[in-house]
Design a binder for this molecule. Structure first.
Ligand SMILES: *Cc1c(COP(=O)(O)O)cnc(C)c1O
Length: 399
């Protein structure tokens, strides 16, 4: 265990969480799709069922392949406990519903993921839970609203799609002062670039569908924390409400995570190159990437992240019309709603992350109609730039 603790991130990503689950001398964690686990010894069955002995009873509660995935994320996020979910949204909703009660107050930011924002605007108000939306990145406003008292401070950094950054440590301190749980969606940063638990967050969650899995072929979610009783409470909510991760998904994501560091580093390199290139393109009005010195939150990004990640966005002149001509010309990009995959993935914010909003709402959030989100893949960076170059040229001829 100490050997694992002392190991560097890439080594942990390959080895952590697997040893306890290997069988028959196999070097890889098996997929165990069994719905139930059988016992000949009635007393042992009872001991496991009441939680006095380690083991598995029923797949909605626990499963060995799923647990191996949880163990790996736990190590990579420097947590003490982890519990997993069928999707990232299940991780987010189950975490919120575990702790919130009628009359409670949540302090959050305006730019959370679309689904998360829907929980805040559509579902929590029905339970008489008040949600306060602060300007993303505005620590003074978050501190002020938190000081009025709240149950949860909910953050996401960097955000979708304009990659804004919020100071996790400052918000965590504010949350601590009023006894609030500080929850951070770390999907965009990944544990390669940011460990919110070390900055004072209580709970960190991921859409494992994105960078953790990395291959856009499995859905999953996970929540980790230092306080095991918090994770136990979330696990209990999930085991009863049933948003359990599938063992096949756990296997695929576990396998994907072995290359997490390699992928994320290449994606960040490519994002930096592409962002720098896009700044020189005439048709591009704005480039949003936290690694750029003129990004409004560059300093805090530098302080709390060890890399700036693979996500960026840019706004083109001519709005939707330019987007319509440009995106189909890209040879090495999927035009799709996901992100964090090995393939470069592009999509307009109006079609992907903010499809639920009206153009006016998007404008109010600082999202131009011509905003394109790019999740850089692991392709060669020069090829990505060449591809965008030819796409801009071809789009211009057509327009
Ligand atoms: C995709 C995403 C989610 C939701 O995850 P699903 O696995 O699609 O349910 C939550 N937060 C962020 C930042 C995301 O990108």
């Amino acid at each position: 265990m100490t050997k694992m603790n002392n190991a560097k991130f890439a080594t942990k990503a390959v080895w952590a969480g697997e040893k306890d689950y290997l069988v028959h001398g196999a070097t890889q964690v098996p997929v165990i799709p069994s719905v139930a686990f059988g016992y000949d010894d009635m007393d042992e069955w009872y001991e496991v069922a009441v939680g006095r002995k380690k083991g598995h009873i029923y797949g909605r509660n626990t499963n060995p392949t799923v647990q191996a995935f949880e163990d790996k994320v736990k190590v990579l996020e420097r947590a003490n406990a982890a519990t997993s979910f069928s999707t990232g949204m299940a991780a987010i909703s189950n975490t919120l519903y575990t702790f919130l009660r009628p009359g409670d107050r949540v302090v959050t930011i305006k730019d959370t993921y679309g689904g998360t924002n829907k929980i805040f605007t559509e579902f929590l108000p029905k339970l008489n839970i008040d949600v306060v939306f602060c300007e993303t990145g505005d620590v003074e406003q978050i501190k002020k609203e938190t000081a009025k008292g709240c149950t949860i401070v909910y953050l996401e950094t960097p955000t979708n799609p304009t990659v804004k950054i919020t100071d996790i440590r400052a918000c965590a301190e504010a949350g601590k002062q009023v006894g609030a749980l500080v929850v951070v969606d770390n999907t965009f940063a990944t544990p390669v670039n940011q460990n919110p638990l070390t900055l004072g967050a209580d709970l960190v969650l991921h859409s494992a569908t994105k960078f953790l899995g990395g291959h856009a072929d499995a859905l999953g979610g996970v929540v980790v924390g230092l306080d095991e009783s918090l994770i136990e409470a979330i696990y209990h909510y999930r085991e009863i409400n049933g948003a359990t991760m599938d063992p096949w998904a756990a296997y695929l994501i576990l396998r994907g995570m072995k290359t997490l560091e390699l992928r994320v580093k290449r994606q960040a390199e490519n994002a930096e190159k592409l962002a720098t290139y896009l700044q020189t393109v005439e048709e591009v009005e704005t480039v949003f990437y936290p690694g750029l010195i003129d990004h409004p939150n560059h300093e805090i990004a530098k302080a709390q992240m060890s890399g700036f990640g693979g996500m960026l966005s840019f706004a083109v002149a001519g709005g939707v019309d330019t987007v319509r001509h440009l995106l189909p010309k890209l040879a090495f990009a999927n035009r799709a709603a996901n992100l964090g995959a090995v393939e470069t993935t592009v999509g307009p914010a109006r079609t992907t992350s903010h499809v639920e909003c009206t153009p006016q709402e998007r404008a109010a959030m600082g999202i131009p109609e011509g905003l394109i989100r790019v999740s850089c893949g692991i392709e060669d960076g020069e090829d990505i730039i060449a591809d965008f170059k030819q796409a801009f040229e071809a789009a211009q001829i057509e327009a």
